[in-house]
Design a protein around this ligand. Structure first.
Ligand SMILES: C[S@@+](CC[C@H](N)C(=O)[O-])C[C@H]1O[C@@H](n2cnc3c(N)ncnc32)[C@H](O)[C@@H]1O
Length: 268
């Protein structure tokens, strides 16, 4: 049962077209993740839906920094399968809106968590100016060539005093030994310059690693979902492409070339 075709997943299920790395990682695997959760149980949904980026400690740090509470109008820009938005709703009593360009991922976030989700690129959001009080974008900026466009659009949809949270993979200034396809990591200085140019002031940033590792219970559920997806789909090209992408990422982080940084910025 390999995901019912459709929806832009080139190369899935033995089709001749080679898998596009970004689609493989963010769209096809999203569909498989949803299927795995349906098989394992809803308690697996949130960790499985935070693929690759967030941990509860990172979400809590950002939520506290952004002063999230009931009534805050909140956008998760590049929300993936929706796990971070669901975590925020469950812990901070807000009703996040999600945007995500990959249709299978956006659909999964709606089906898994009942969150409102639009299919959209973060450089061109279908919201009026000033529609949100706070916004976060987790693990997205490094996949976007025109980072200034994404940040300027975030600035547009925020109120004039809006709060911005980012999780960004930043690189050291030295050339990288390898890079996953479709990723372009900024240095910390480039990131701060970009935020400055697009109308944000950085109030604080911290290494996500400094916040500690995920709880074992969270990690165990994530591992279980990944093992099931591997068991079902490891013979497919899309799985192998996605796996190769995350293996490169693991080596870059392990080798200290790239690190995960949380940023709290405000408009103005
Ligand atoms: C590493 S995943 C993180 C997903 C989610 N934020 C999370 O933390 O679970 C990166 C996400 O960025 C999305 N993405 C890539 N390019 C984008 C763009 N231009 N605008 C919005 N999202 C984008 C991908 O589809 C993918 O869902």
């Amino acid at each position: 049962m390999s995901g019912g075709g459709g929806g832009g997943g080139g190369g899935v299920g033995g089709a001749a077209k080679p898998a596009d790395p970004m689609e493989a990682e963010f769209d096809v695997v999203a569909r498989w993740t949803e299927q795995a959760v349906a098989e394992l149980g809803t308690e697996y949904a949130v960790p499985a839906g935070c693929r690759g980026t967030g941990s509860p400690s990172a979400f809590a740090w950002l939520a506290e920094a952004l002063q999230i509470e009931r009534g805050v109008r909140f956008l998760d820009s590049g929300a993936g399968v929706g796990g971070p938005g669901a975590w925020l709703r469950d812990h901070y009593d807000v009703e996040p809106v999600l945007s995500e360009p990959m249709s299978a991922a956006a659909g999964a976030s709606h089906r898994l968590f009942g969150l409102p989700s639009v299919v959209a690129w973060s450089q061109s959001l279908p919201f009026r100016s000033g529609a949100f009080d706070a916004l976060w974008s987790l693990g997205v900026l490094c996949t976007v060539p025109d980072k200034a466009a994404l940040l300027a659009e975030a600035r547009r949809v925020l109120v004039p005093t809006g709060r911005l949270g980012l999780l960004v993979y930043v690189r050291t200034p030295e050339p990288l030994p390898e890079s996953p396809e479709g990723n372009d990591f900024p240095t910390q200085q480039e990131l701060h310059d970009l935020l400055d140019e697009t109308g944000f002031t950085v109030l604080q940033s911290t290494d996500a690693d400094d916040l500690g590792s995920s709880p074992l219970t969270w990690q165990a559920r994530l591992d279980r979902v990944e093992a099931l997806v591997e068991e079902r789909h490891s013979d497919s090209e899309a799985w192998q492409v996605a796996e190769a992408q995350s293996a490169i990422m693991g080596r870059l982080i392990g080798g200290g070339h790239v690190r995960s940084v949380l940023v709290h910025a405000v408009a103005g």
